[in-house]
Design a protein around this ligand. Structure first.
Ligand SMILES: Cc1cc2nc3c(=O)[nH]c(=O)nc-3n(C[C@H](O)[C@H](O)[C@H](O)COP(=O)(O)OP(=O)(O)OC[C@H]3O[C@@H](n4cnc5c(N)ncnc54)[C@H](O)[C@@H]3O)c2cc1C
Length: 498
């Protein structure tokens, strides 16, 4: 183990691990520091009885041969060892919107036919919507693993277009608007801020093909780590970065909370940008830059409830289920504490030991950080009876709500465990337990955009706060960050040659 690197990466989430692999493949001496004893950030799984639950990676898209994630995983050398299960082609995502069921099938032609079967008189609107999505996805060279051309990320017009106004201009049919925007939990869709760009990239990513990870998502972190080590990279887990060290005006390294020092020529932070700013001493970075980064809003948080069920009482569902109580899919914008949960997401993990049935079930509902703020200063596992009672109330409400659609849940729960916004805050280090990091607001995209380069020449950002969140978004961010060091064209060439 060393304490001097060419490149030091702070945080072993997906973004940190991918950057470490790209750069160690290029011959750099790379070290990673991770505060938790397990690597992976939201790729980590946890064991609850005989259930393995993922903390933040339920399904992947675009993994069929020739599709973008397939190419990226081949380049990262993890494709062949990955244990995945294709979801149902006819319905990989099911939505209940104010009582009406809408299914999303895989593939754009099937999607077109399905929407036409629900809305036979809306052929033009459906065709226009699909053409628009294709135009947006084509507009971003990097997303298609092409060298950036005319449409640089900074000038992409679709970042400045809201998905809500865009869909309103395509159709006045409220039910069709809802159907086309139903998959918005995966980007915490907010009708006042979410861009057409985010909507299009994410919908296209899943509609192309959708897969679950068998026995959880930490296998991705494990495979990336193995490849990093094979290339000479070093991973130090259980070391929390506390502050940056400067040699005059030059960033020289970091110090951990245990007072260990690590030096490097360049540093990449996979830690939330606002937290990264807190580690830089006064006077070492432009105040205006620090303020801009610190003032970017974060996405909403979530309450996650993981259930162990009696054996054989619940089927394995080859699709995800999203329930909107009202005939309105924009539930982040209409969030109401007193009638929570107006929306929930339900899925059964893919377990190698169970085929037809699932003993394990996860439920998620949006939750604002405000609801847990009063316990924010108390230590993990010692937040007191009031917090435990509150969690139990929320768990019971969520179970009761989901049981009105899936009655077999209620009487068959053996045990449950919940993650609150405080869990996410403490466990991955995102302010306010934000689900997907910073909000990219279409009203002022550049003010809320985090670029890989910072105002410190040898400090870079990576991860979900650059470009986009999620498996694909973070992977593209890793290319953009490492591109600043070795050249994006070279990385893209390597991907195509892999
Ligand atoms: C509930 C939920 C469900 C999701 N479902 C999906 C899904 O189905 N599909 C999908 O594609 N995406 C999904 N996502 C999004 C996806 O998980 C994330 O976008 C992605 O994993 C983020 O990776 P990252 O590297 O940017 O950050 P993180 O995973 O947050 O990694 C940051 C790392 O930095 C470490 N760190 C923080 N502070 C310090 C410090 N001071 N010192 C050292 N280390 C530090 C953290 O411990 C962590 O390991 C989901 C997210 C959530 C929350």
């Amino acid at each position: 183990m060393s304490n001097k690197y060419d490149i030091l990466i702070l945080g072993a989430g997906l973004g940190g691990l991918e950057c470490a692999l790209i750069l160690s493949k290029k011959g750099y001496k790379v070290g990673i520091l991770e505060k938790n004893k397990n690597i992976g950030g939201t790729l980590q799984d946890f064991q609850f009885g005989d259930c393995t639950f993922s903390s933040g990676m339920h399904y992947l898209g675009s993994l069929d041969e020739g599709q973008v994630l397939n190419k990226l995983f081949r380049y990262f050398n993890i494709l062949d060892d990955l244990r995945i299960k294709r979801m149902d082609e006819a319905v990989f995502d099911r939505f209940s919107i104010g009582g009406k069921t809408i299914d999303y099938p895989m593939g754009w032609e099937r999607f077109r036919d399905k929407m036409l079967s629900y809305f036979p008189g809306e052929q033009n609107a459906i065709n226009n919507y699909i053409s628009l999505i294709h135009e947006v996805t084509e507009s971003q060279a990097i997303y298609n693993l092409r060298e950036p051309g005319e449409y640089d990320i900074r000038t992409n017009p679709f970042l400045k277009t809201g998905i809500f106004p865009a869909i309103q201009s395509i159709t006045k049919n409220r039910d069709l608007q809802n159907a086309l925007c139903a998959l918005n939990f995966v980007y915490a869709g907010d009708k006042n801020t979410s861009s057409l760009y985010t909507h299009a990239l994410i919908n296209n990513y899943y509609i192309q093909s959708a897969y679950r990870l068998i026995d959880g998502s930490s296998q991705i972190a494990g495979l990336l780590a193995q490849n990093i080590r094979d290339k000479g990279g070093e991973i130090h887990a259980g070391l929390e970065v506390d502050r940056f060290i400067f040699d005059g005006d030059r960033l020289a390294g970091i110090q951990t909370t245990s007072k260990q020092r690590f030096l490097a020529d360049r540093i990449i932070s996979n830690i939330h940008p606002s937290r990264t700013m807190d580690m830089i001493p006064e006077g070492k970075i432009r105040k205006s830059f620090r303020n801009r980064i610190k003032n970017i809003r974060n996405s909403i948080s979530v309450f996650g409830l993981h259930l162990r069920l009696k054996t054989g009482t619940f089927p394995y569902l080859p699709y995800n289920y999203y329930h909107f109580r009202e005939n309105d899919v924009w539930t982040v914008s209409s969030y109401q504490k007193n009638s929570w949960p107006g929306f929930y997401f339900l899925y059964t993990p893919a377990d190698s030991s169970a085929e037809a049935h699932s003993n394990c079930l996860s439920l998620y509902a949006y939750m604002q950080y405000d609801e847990v703020k009063r316990w924010a200063g108390l230590p993990v596992n010692h937040r007191g009876n009031e917090y435990e009672t509150w969690k139990k109330e929320k768990a019971n409400k969520l179970i009761a709500t989901a049981s009105s659609r899936f009655p077999q849940i209620k009487d068959n729960v053996i045990d449950w465990i919940a993650a609150t916004p405080l869990t996410y805050r403490d466990y991955i280090g995102t302010p306010d337990g934000a689900m997907y990091g910073t909000v990219r607001d279409y009203n002022d995209p550049m003010a809320s955009y985090v670029f890989p380069r910072t105002k410190i020449p040898n400090l870079f950002f990576t991860g979900q706060n650059i470009h986009l969140h999620g498996m694909l978004g973070v992977s593209i961010s890793s290319l953009l960050t490492c591109g600043e060091i070795v050249g994006l064209q070279e990385i893209i060439r390597d991907i195509h040659e892999a």
